[in-house]
Write a new protein. Sequence first.
Lengths: 116, 112
Amino acid sequence: AQKITQTQPGMFVQEKEAVTLDCTYDTSDPSYGLFWYKQPSSGEMIFLIYQGSYDQQNATEGRYSLNFQKARKSANLVISASQLGDSAMYFCAMREVNTGGFKTIFGAGTRLFVKA
Amino acid sequence: NAGVTQTPKFQVLKTGQSMTLQCAQDMNHNSMYWYRQDPGMGLRLIYYSASEGTTDKGEVPNGYNVSRLNKREFSLRLESAAPSQTSVYFCASSEAGGLGAFFGSGTQLSVL
């Protein structure tokens, strides 16, 4: 069954340091996509980064990178050089393609606090 | 560029009342979704529509119905609202591939 797990309810990081947010997933679909979203206190959902199950290289978008370890079924988000504006909830999500018909589910989220 | 538009933004219902949340997207996306987010929690999928003319249950479909009216519009109906349905509801749309979903701004629903 499709499942996303984020085991870190909250994380603290010092400004300008790097931080890793954990995400593990489970699926029987060989074709899937993994996403990370940011939700600031204002409530909107902001797409950050995507990794396809067949992508050979880890995805990167500016200060965001996705550490994709397919055999371990993990898709951790790495934020480099943290900024105060990075304080927010972060959600990992998975979209199944074949069996799920683009069904997309989310993890419970990790709240990141960036300290000055 | 409107993106995904949800209405209403806020709604208060009494137990047993019915209502429909409206969602429209102008990006020509095939897939649309309805999620609910309870305080301090992640998003849970209620229903989704992979393409026009199809709808499927998500993780928490009980108490809800949906209609994919056309490619642009995907509505969510609560037939008999219950306090347990108090939540923030998000509509989203996406296309295949590596683009993330675009989300509406959410509907804050309170059922008293």
